[in-house]
Design a protein around this ligand. Structure first.
Ligand code: SF4
Length: 285
């Protein structure tokens, strides 16, 4: 990838002027991994990350730990109460899904009727890209165009995501896998319901387990809820590392949000650099 090409991509992202103007450089947090990331550099220079630095993982309870008491789950993201027979059925389904290979999981998902979204969807959006990759992007739920095409991140938000990834030498054609937390579109793009997210979660978890990424780039609050079980603003979570079953998670803004809030693109750029740095630190030297 030539410097000139990268410059073109950065111009497309609207980032080029932002890091050459000192007054717009974002102040990094004082006690997070982001403090150790190199400040934005002129685009002509290669994206080089400084020497390895200690990173602080915000670690939620691991799967092997006993589940936290229900009172620790914010009411707004906790699924509604479910009858015991239904719970058993769900548990059986989750166990069955956790043993599927990639092709079987894809087949299971494309015919899934576990939640009510199956009635209104056109196409299930399983994911796109290279399943054997170290970089996984997780979004929220399909929109209208994704529902039509059966692919995640298409349209303007998808184009922006592709440009962002290109800026750090990544693409869905070569070395990224992209998927959504929820595989079917909520009608009128309403927010996913807790029960829908709970029923789709086994598919998401199995996808991650099979892909085995070295870093997860989670965009949007529903992706964060599904991975970290936390309801917090993206602003409060970004700039530091989180943990999903031992995999570092970098939280950032959803590209659809960035299209409406252009000044936050520079923050998303720093998030991409953080993810790149995590990958560099975890790669064999
Ligand atoms: S959203 Fe998930 S759980 Fe619901 S029908 Fe689609 S694939 Fe199944």
């Amino acid at each position: 990838m030539t410097d000139q090409y990268v410059e073109l991509v950065m111009e497309e992202l609207g980032l080029m002027p932002l890091w050459v103007r000192p007054e717009l450089v974002v102040t990094t947090p004082t006690k997070s991994a982001a403090t150790s990331i190199e400040p934005a550099v002129p685009i002509a220079a290669p994206i080089v990350v400084a020497a390895p630095v200690p990173v602080i993982l915000e670690t939620p309870p691991r799967p092997s730990s006993p589940p936290p008491p229900a009172r620790h789950i914010p009411a707004s993201i906790a699924p509604p109460p479910v009858a015991v027979p239904q719970l058993l059925e769900r548990d059986e389904r989750a166990q069955r899904i956790s043993a599927l290979d990639w092709e079987a999981l894809q087949a299971e998902t494309t015919t899934c009727t576990a939640c009510g979204l199956c009635k209104s969807r056109n196409k299930v959006v399983f994911g796109t890209g290279q399943p054997k990759t170290d970089w996984l992007v997780i979004g929220e739920a399909p929109g209208a165009e994704e529902d039509r095409q059966g692919k995640p991140f298409v349209g303007q938000a998808g184009k922006l995501l592709d440009n962002m990834l290109t800026a750090v030498g990544r693409s869905r054609q070569e070395n990224v896998y992209i998927l959504n937390t929820l595989k079917c579109r909520p009608p009128q793009n309403r927010n996913p319901q807790p029960d829908e997210m709970a029923l789709c979660a086994p598919i998401l978890h199995r996808q991650i387990e099979l892909i085995q990424p070295k870093v997860i780039f989670a965009v949007g609050r529903f992706a964060v809820q599904a991975l970290l079980g936390r309801e917090a603003t993206i602003a409060s979570l970004r700039g530091k590392l989180h943990d999903y079953r031992g995999i570092p998670v970098v939280v950032s803004y959803h590209p659809a949000y960035l299209l409406r809030n252009l000044p936050d693109k520079i923050k998303a750029w720093h998030d991409l650099l953080l993810a790149n740095k995590v990958l560099a630190d975890h790669s064999p030297k």
